[in-house]
Design a protein around this ligand. Structure first.
Ligand code: PMP
Length: 403
């Protein structure tokens, strides 16, 4: 008998026939595919994966170390530590003008990723229609498919700075639509809505009796004009599930911590799914999250200032280079139009990577409406952005000379 790595064996059984149909047909994330190629290359400047280049501020890391020293190694309440839920409640009141009861209106989750998943699993029946604006975060459509829902994308456009308009919602709406997913500011476009636009969306949601899942993970990273949470508008708290987390604003991607807030019966439904799948978020991450909310504001603002400066630089450079780029009001993504090069977004991204070793993500990784665009994450150092922009310029000039 041969012993060795599992991959040494030649399996004779077709194991794929055990995979559920809706999973086997699920596409792999376009971002991951692309970055598997990037990972094998040397000296690449990556404007790819959407995560802060900053490490989590030291005082937040220290809070987790201290908690570990004190023996905080146990499960917490399924809803999350009550101290964290109290801190979330205060934070929402102060920053989003909406108040949630720590006892039964807040669920601590394993990132906004889990918050989205438990919300879809708790709310969507097979065949239920879920609207969301597109280009959008890669997980929305697959997560809806995983619960046998029907995804209804609503296009947003560069001419509107990728803000979602009530007109676009009305045009895409179908009878039976039940949920509306909002992501303002938006990954991958950086587009967001001003208060009047959020009010128009809220009015539409009320008219069509939609429950709103509002993913506001980039809200602190709004550079001008302020952020309006749809949950804060009069009468909206009862039809909004507010999703937020620590990954972006507090540079805590690896801690896997986030939260969902909403009406108690909906939080209870999500808590049941969470209880049987996740049990609770990791206690050390919860302890760190308390520190982030209570004493993390200055550090967060310092990082936001850096993103702001980088945004101004990279957007100016894209436009100088001839890649038309709107000014993203929030997030840490720029979404330039590359169609003027004569290449598709995929061809442009691959040729840029091969010729100049700069990685951007083709816009179609975020849905068909991303066609003609690429996403550039500017959560990387200013110096790297200067170098990346020079390389992109050289490549665009090379493509123009070839025409
Ligand atoms: N929502 C959006 C719009 C995102 O961009 C991301 C991460 N890229 C997430 C949710 C998931 O974040 P978390 O790390 O909190 O799971």
């Amino acid at each position: 008998m041969k012993f060795g790595f599992v991959s040494d064996y030649n399996f004779s059984m077709d194991t794929t026939r055990y995979i559920a149909k809706h999973v086997i047909n699920l596409p792999k994330s376009g971002i991951r595919d692309f970055f598997e190629i990037v990972a094998k290359m040397k000296d690449v400047i990556s404007l790819g994966i959407g995560e802060p280049d900053f490490d989590t501020p030291w005082h937040i890391r220290e809070a987790a170390i201290y908690a570990l020293e004190k023996g905080k190694t146990h499960y917490t309440s399924n809803l999350g530590l009550i101290e964290l839920r109290r801190a979330i409640s205060k934070y929402c009141e102060k920053n989003f003008a909406v108040s949630y009861r720590p006892e039964d209106e807040i669920l601590v989750t394993v990132g906004v990723s889990e918050a989205l998943d438990v919300a879809f699993r708790a709310l969507v029946n097979p065949g239920d229609k879920v609207m969301f604006h597109q280009p959008c975060y890669v997980s929305y459509s697959p997560s809806i498919t995983l619960v046998h829902g029907e995804a209804i994308p609503v296009p947003t456009y560069a001419k509107d700075h990728f803000a979602l308009t009530a007109e676009a919602l009305r045009a895409a709406w179908q009878p039976g639509a039940k949920l509306l997913v909002l992501n303002l500011p938006c990954n991958p476009t950086g587009g967001t809505c001003d208060r009047a636009q959020v009010e128009a969306i809220a009015k539409f949601a009320v008219e069509k009796d939609l429950l709103v899942l509002s993913d506001e993970i980039y809200s602190e990273l709004t550079f001008e004009g302020g952020h309006t949470s749809i949950a804060s508008l009069p009468g909206m708290k009862e039809r909004v599930i507010f999703l937020h987390g620590f990954s972006k604003a507090f540079a805590m991607t690896g801690w896997r911590i986030g939260y969902a807030c909403g009406p108690a019966p909906l939080v209870e439904a999500m808590m049941k799914v969470h209880q049987y799948s996740m049990m609770c978020a990791a206690i050390l991450s919860q302890e760190a999250a308390i520190e982030a909310l209570v004493r993390g504001e200055d550090g967060m603002k310092a990082m936001r200032d850096q993103y702001h400066r980088r945004r101004d630089f990279i957007v100016r450079r894209f436009n100088e280079i001839g890649l038309k780029c709107h000014l993203p009001r929030g997030s840490f993504y720029a979404f330039p139009d590359v169609s003027g090069t004569g290449l598709s977004e995929k061809e442009f991204a691959v040729s840029l990577l091969e010729a100049e070793k700069v990685a951007m993500v083709p816009g179609t990784a975020f849905g068909a409406n991303g066609s003609g665009f690429c996403r550039a994450c500017f959560a990387t150092s200013y110096e790297q952005l200067i170098e990346a922009s020079n390389r992109i310029e050289r490549h665009v000039q090379f493509l123009a000379a070839k025409k």
